[in-house]
Design a protein around this ligand. Structure first.
Ligand code: F0G
Length: 457
């Protein structure tokens, strides 16, 4: 079977609207060709992100009703804390309203000028939080991660030789090493347990804390279950517990694998560090038993964490993403291979091989996707990660120019995926009509959210 039927039936529906090409053309102009600026009711299939866009289950909605909204000591917090402890094993749990707040709390506490945070690949908010605190964010992915079409497993892994060399040379200036599972910025590729074990061993040897950015840990554990020797007979929660047992702590944007629309946490073994974080939390988010969330949100996370690990769900979830990827690949469109856990990444350098990196081939493709088919994807390339070299004034491009089609969880059906694949296949025939772009406005940090661009005619 190419695609297993959804392991749920649909109880509530939300209308989506087809717009005309003219309408989309006008909206693009108003948006400065930035799809972040398009109102969502003018989008037919929204694949901008899988973050906070999932559909909650009837159990989670029922959980909202019993949310305890007490300011301090809410029983929903204790349920949330128990769930996080049960899955991760870390005793000190701090809720945050989303992942980047956990990053802010952590990095504003441990970073300073001259310090380096090492990751397999930092996600953009992770990198920004490190850099805003004057430290360096160093990515050490395996070299296979830079070869988008190489269909090898575990391309999310960290290069352990480079990790060891960096730890040897600079141990005192490395306050933390983080493994992002799955590796979102490198194509949503999974990390093997072997690699996690290896990174953990090195960090222990050099006395450096090792954390997991576990936004998509359940999808990562599913890949371990399916493809890593010795894990077929284990349950997802057993694999997750082993994964976390190799680390000193983790943070999570619960908006992904915990199947909620808002929520996150940071959890760890170190009581000293755990005591320092809430000082800022109280200042910017709220009391440490709600961390910027409502009690009902904590309930939804506590339930969603377990639903996100159900094997029927994970099998359907990864198969749906692979179904879209396979349709594109079969039509001759270059995508990052193998297909990762939450998204299909189109190789925009190959799709728009007539557009150079400084003319934003990935953004140009997102514009075309919206204009032609009302589909919203996101660029992960020169706009998100490129910059100008201050010395030469030349554009420094990242290794990959990608467009991510992130699939919201339990939201779109297979027919929607077929629509997306067929629309892109149609566009591919006329791909050389896609125009290069130039920036007309950029903000100093995370510029891709608010940038404005125009077509170079
Ligand atoms: N870490 C990873 C790996 C992420 O993918 C994200 C968010 C964050 C941290 C930050 O979490 O959004 O809850 O503050 N990723 C979203 C995405 C935004 O579209 O991939 P957040």
């Amino acid at each position: 079977m190419r695609f297993p039927a959804e392991p749920f039936r649909i109880k509530v529906v939300e209308k989506i609207r087809r717009t005309t090409r003219d309408e989309r053309e006008q909206l693009l102009e108003r948006a400065g060709l930035n799809v972040f600026m398009i109102p969502s009711d003018a989008i037919y299939v929204d694949l901008l992100t899988d973050s906070g866009t999932g559909a909650m289950s009837d159990q989670q909605w029922a959980g909202l009703m019993i949310g305890d909204e007490s300011y301090a000591g809410s029983k929903s917090f204790f349920k949330f804390e128990a769930a996080v402890r049960d899955v991760t094993g870390f005793p000190y749990v701090t809720p945050t309203h989303q992942g980047r707040v956990a990053e802010n709390l952590l990095f504003s506490t441990i970073c300073a000028a001259g310090k380096t945070i090492i990751a397999n690949t930092h996600f953009d908010t992770t990198r920004a939080n490190v850099e805003m605190n004057n430290a360096e964010a160093l990515d050490l992915p395996v070299k296979e991660a830079y070869d988008p079409q190489l269909g090898k497993l575990w391309k999310g892994n960290m290069d352990l030789e480079k990790l060891e060399a960096n730890l040897k040379a600079n141990r005192d200036n490395i306050p933390l090493v983080v493994m992002t599972v799955t590796n979102n910025s490198a194509g949503g590729q999974p990390v093997s347990m072997e690699n996690i074990r290896g990174a953990s061993r090195l960090c222990k040897q050099f006395g450096v804390p090792f954390f997991i950015d576990c936004a998509r840990f359940a999808e990562n554990c599913w890949f371990i279950h399916e493809f890593e020797a010795g894990y077929k007979g284990k349950t997802i929660i057993e694999i997750a517990r082993e994964l976390f047992s190799h680390a000193d702590g983790c943070w999570m944007s619960a908006k992904k694998d915990a199947l909620v629309n808002i929520g996150g946490f940071i959890a760890m073994n170190d009581i000293e560090l755990a005591r320092r974080l809430p000082q800022k939390l109280i200042l910017i988010e709220g009391f440490p038993t709600y961390g910027g969330l409502a009690g009902r949100d904590l309930e939804a996370v506590a339930i969603g964490l377990y639903e996100g690990m159900e094997p029927e769900y994970l099998q359907y979830r990864t198969a749906q993403v692979r179904y879209l990827g396979d349709m594109l690949w079969d039509a001759g469109i270059a995508i990052v291979r193998p297909v990762g856990g939450h998204a299909v990444f189109i190789d925009a350098k190959a799709f728009c091989d007539h557009i150079s990196p400084e003319q934003f081939p990935g953004v140009a493709l997102t514009v075309a996707l919206y204009r032609e088919a009302g589909i919203r994807g996101v660029e992960i390339g020169s706009l998100m990660f490129g910059h100008l070299d201050p010395a030469t004034g030349k554009h420094v491009a990242p290794h990959l120019e990608l467009v991510r089609l992130a699939i919201p969880r339990r939201v779109y059906t297979t027919a929607h995926m077929t629509y997306v694949a067929e629309s892109i296949t149609e566009m591919y025939k006329d791909r050389h009509k896609i125009k290069p772009l130039r920036l007309t406005y950029e903000a100093p940090v995370l510029r891709h959210f608010t940038a404005r661009l125009e077509e170079i005619i």
